[in-house]
Write a new protein. Structure first.
Length: 310
């Protein structure tokens, strides 16, 4: 696994997913191939200093390549000096070994999501949520929540959604005047549009719809369509759509409207909290105790310190 590689280690017929590949030019004019290799534990840069035309076909993003080479260190960072590579045969490949995964299994997530849906006692809200989850089940429990920054792995969308729904359950029990059913429904549907915004968990990229419309608009459209199809009470439908449209909290963060009911305000705060906490967790996993992380754009360009517990 990439996270276990060490300097001077010989790579002998190991499979990696090609995340990215570019032909580069040295200061002397020679061509070389710069590749980002990936498995479920992370990524590492690879360099192939002698390249042939067939290398461009082998090292194509999305291919799983069987590689020989050596781990070297350049400017303090490990990379692989690639000697050779061939496209791995299908019987050598288990895709789960190459895609970062949620720590939670699909079954555990789905069981808990179903339990939370059952707590929605309002018929209209329950009908919308349960119908959408039934119709989009495969994508909802497979997709990531982002290209990068937070929950950017298989089942990341539902890992994030479940965490938010659990937090909202607590808040609705603590703040008695919150509408539990509206808040939970908003949590479960707020990022629905990401199943169309992204292409999936393998080399996650934005789709054309994602770039042109964004997940907030896409999710709003899906929920609006289902509310109309299921003849949901007009005000409840509007409130639920408002939860989706306002869940980023501010215009500058992409919300076309600001939260204007207390459940929408709470939802936007919970979304921000869960995303940032996960970003800290993912970042600190690669930072040694007693050291600071690189600056994080999503945290106002701050570094995060990993306390030394010794």
């Amino acid at each position: 696994m990439i996270k276990d590689l060490h300097e001077k280690e010989i790579i002998n017929s190991e499979n990696y997913l090609v995340n990215d590949a570019n032909v580069m030019t040295t200061s002397t004019g020679s061509k070389y191939l710069s590749v980002i290799l990936q498995d479920k534990t992370g990524t590492i840069e690879g360099k192939k200093w002698s390249i042939e035309n067939y290398d461009l076909e082998i090292f194509t993003p999305g291919n799983i390549v069987n590689i020989t080479g050596e781990v070297v260190k350049f400017k303090g960072v490990l990379q692989i000096k690639i000697v050779g590579g061939n496209i791995a045969s299908n019987n050598q490949v288990d895709l789960e070994n190459f895609i970062p995964q949620s720590k939670l299994s699909r079954m555990s997530i789905q069981t808990e999501i179903n339990r939370i849906i059952s707590t929605i006692k309002d018929h209209d809200y329950n009908l919308v949520v349960s119908t959408i989850y039934k119709d989009f089940e495969d994508k909802l429990f497979f997709f990531p929540a982002a290209v990068k920054n937070h929950h950017n792995y298989e089942r990341g969308l539902m890992t994030h959604t479940l965490s938010m729904a659990q937090i909202c359950e607590f808040l609705s029990s603590h703040y008695k005047n919150l509408n539990h059913d509206l808040l939970i429904s908003g949590a479960l549907l707020h990022d629905l549009g990401k199943i169309i915004e992204f292409n999936g968990p393998v080399l996650t990229k934005y789709t054309n719809e994602g770039k042109l419309l964004g997940h907030i608009s896409i999710g709003f459209s899906i929920v609006r369509e289902y509310c109309e199809r299921l003849s949901i009470n007009k005000e409840k439908a509007i409130l639920l759509q408002h939860m989706i449209l306002s869940h980023h909290g501010k215009y500058e963060f992409g919300s076309p409207v600001l939260p204007m009911v207390k459940e929408a305000l709470v939802l936007s705060m919970v979304d921000d909290l869960d995303a940032k906490e996960e970003l800290c967790e993912q970042t600190l996993a690669t930072v040694k105790k007693g050291e600071f992380s690189p600056r994080l754009f999503a945290l106002e360009d701050r570094s995060i310190y990993n306390p030394n517990d010794d």
